[in-house]
Design a protein around this ligand. Structure first.
Ligand SMILES: [Zn+2]
Length: 192
């Protein structure tokens, strides 16, 4: 099946469940990579769309057969736009005594500006799937193990642990980032 590549102006209307790898990539005059059409978009509106994706996948998670019966409905996580470096997103669960866990997602704002479709349509379900496993199956230790993969497959998203977004070019004098580098979506999950 051939899919028509998404046009840049499809962004605001594209279904959150659409494939993300069809968005063409372009380079600006400085050699920095962008998803076509992403340069010049209102970052606050892009964040609004990301938050809508969080709502969408949390709603889906609350309806997963069997799994969603294992505990109270998963709450909507807070989103913080505070990551730097090669980490696109991070899911965090804080277990509290005599209270339900607290969960949040951290997002790399500069990668969100340059790769909004990948961030919204792949990084967000990736991180929500971590929160789902932490919430309903708190004894699971393997971050990208079969439980996480099963949630991603239920979401209809590829269960991949690596992304293809390129961090901003390093300053002169430092080792350059190779084009073929694969970057983990998040830091190792040592969060308990
Ligand atoms: Zn992950």
């Amino acid at each position: 099946m051939t899919r028509r590549p998404a046009r840049p102006d499809d962004f605001w209307n594209q279904p959150l469940t659409a494939p993300w790898a069809t968005v063409p990539l372009v380079r600006d005059a400085g050699g920095t990579e962008w998803e076509a059409g992403a340069d010049g978009r209102n970052p606050l509106k892009v964040r609004g769309r990301l938050e809508a994706a969080v709502d969408h996948w949390i709603d889906r998670a609350r309806a997963i057969p069997h799994l969603s019966q294992l505990g109270a409905p998963i709450p909507r996580p807070k989103v913080h736009y505070d990551l730097k470096g090669g980490i696109a997103g991070m899911a965090a669960t804080m277990v509290r005594p005599r209270a339900l866990p607290e969960q949040w997602i951290r997002i790399h704002p500069e990668l969100l500006n340059r790769y909004p479709v990948r961030m919204i349509q792949q990084t967000i379900p990736h991180e929500i799937a971590h929160l789902v496993v932490d919430w309903y199956l708190p004894k699971v230790r393997e971050p990208h193990g079969p439980e996480w993969m099963a949630v991603m497959i239920y979401f209809g998203r590829p269960p991949v642990a690596f992304h293809d977004m390129k961090p901003a070019a390093p300053r002169r004098g430092r080792a350059s980032v190779t084009a073929a580098q694969s970057v983990l979506f998040e830091a190792p999950h040592g969060r308990r």
